[in-house]
Design a binder for this molecule. Structure first.
Ligand code: FNR
Length: 389
């Protein structure tokens, strides 16, 4: 933060990406093609759940403490026995090439530079192996859109494991794509062009199945291959709790279920023996009319106790938002759109600036609230209010 002030005041060097979280979207809009902008900024239905995600944050207010030893703050967290420098993780976001040519390889590179764990989406425009290379020694997790074919699922898990992805994030809320009017009106261009298929098209088992069926390679028939790949990962047929066993059998390491909103599902996750859950509604992109994600966090945390690790996403825009989620019991949070707006505006450096800005805002806000480290975020620091706004 001091660095931004110093550069601006004394060197007339302004940030390439706005530091105002509410203006990021407008800045990205002025740069992106409408189809790409609508894809990232949009939500399901009439965006009621996107709105609810923000309103849910407004219902909680900080209650700051004074005269505490908070000059030096510690943002480190330990998740699944591993220490991370940042309580903010880069959420899995597909088709990053439509936002900037730096795409997943660039974003995972800068995440590594600033210690933000990078979660690679199955619907990526760079492959599992390319991202492992660009992310280098940085922490990386792999997000699974769970294919219908068990053979392909196992192949993806093997590749991710071999490429050093430490945690498997299984997204449960997107077995079918939602009713997203802006994308429906725009023809779902990202997927139609096969841009989010790098991980699929490079998969040996997917390739073999495709060759057997069509007697050609995915590259020679991109449209057909996209249809096969997207049909596999967004098949319209949900898996079952029993099938988690297949993932456990084929993944050595922590498994986290993403998209949990109901406390009863959180309990089922404990029964299924997974290591963590992400309280998330996919940033309001799936079931429109669903509650704001933060609304469910306390009940979910209470439902599972210390039996598994609860993470949170959907709607985080500021440092104080992060403190609120951590105070309600999340152990870390994921951020989606803001970082992608940064990527669109200024490539990987833009995304880096957004993520660093959010971490700086978090650091400063913790200090002002009288919180020295992440573990000290607790329910005594926040209060639910009625007056809205
Ligand atoms: C997503 N999200 C997502 N989630 C996932 O599990 N796999 C994916 O491929 C994607 N793709 C994706 C694309 C775009 C453009 C967006 C905006 C989001 C959801 C993402 O991981 C996260 O849950 C939300 O973005 C969190 O909400 P905020 O931070 O965007 O409000």
């Amino acid at each position: 933060q001091n660095e931004i002030y110093r550069k601006g005041m004394f060197e007339q060097q302004l940030p390439i990406v706005t530091t105002n979280p509410n203006n990021l979207e407008d800045q990205a809009k002025s740069i992106l093609k409408p189809t790409a902008f609508n894809y990232v900024a949009g939500g399901a239905g009439e965006r009621a759940t996107m709105d609810a995600n923000r309103l849910a944050f407004r219902q909680w207010k900080m209650v700051p403490r004074m005269l505490r030893p908070t000059t030096h703050r510690d943002l480190c967290v330990t998740l699944f026995g591993e220490k991370y420098d940042s309580p903010v993780l880069m959420a899995p976001v597909g088709v990053q090439q439509i936002f900037h040519e730096d795409k997943e390889t660039g974003l995972s590179e800068v995440c590594s530079e600033i210690g933000v764990p990078y979660i690679l989406s199955t619907a990526s425009s760079s492959s599992i192996e390319e991202v492992a290379k660009s992310n280098g020694n940085g922490p990386r997790w792999f997000q699974l859109y769970w294919p219908q074919s068990d053979d392909i699922t196992i192949s993806l898990l093997k590749r991710a494991q071999a490429s050093g992805y430490k945690v498997l994030v299984v997204t449960l809320d997107t077995w079918a794509l939602a009713w997203r009017p802006a994308d429906l009106d725009g023809g779902y261009v990202p997927f139609a062009k096969g841009i989010g298929n790098a991980t699929g098209f490079t998969d040996p088992v997917f390739r073999q199945k495709f060759r057997e069926k069509f007697n050609t390679t995915p590259e020679e028939r991109v449209l057909q291959a996209s249809n096969e790949w997207v049909g596999n990962i967004f098949s319209g047929a949900a898996h079952s709790w029993e099938q988690i066993a297949l993932l456990k059998k084929n993944w050595e390491g922590p498994i986290v279920l993403k998209g949990i909103q109901h406390p009863e599902d959180a309990k089922l996750a404990v029964e299924a023996g997974v290591d963590g859950i992400i309280c998330s509604n996919h940033g309001g992109r799936q079931l429109d009319g669903a509650v704001g994600s933060l609304e469910m966090l306390p009940e979910i945390v209470d439902a599972v106790g210390d039996k598994l690790t609860v993470l949170f996403d959907s709607g985080i825009r500021t440092g104080v938002d992060i403190i609120k989620a951590l105070s309600l019991g999340a152990k870390a949070v994921l951020i989606g759109r803001p970082a992608i707006y940064g990527l669109a505006i200024g490539g990987k450096q833009g995304a880096k600036q957004v993520l660093q800005g959010i971490l700086a805002d978090l650091d400063q806000s913790m200090g002002l609230a009288g919180i020295a480290n992440i573990a000290d975020c607790n329910r005594s620091m926040i209060r639910r209010v009625q007056y809205g706004g």
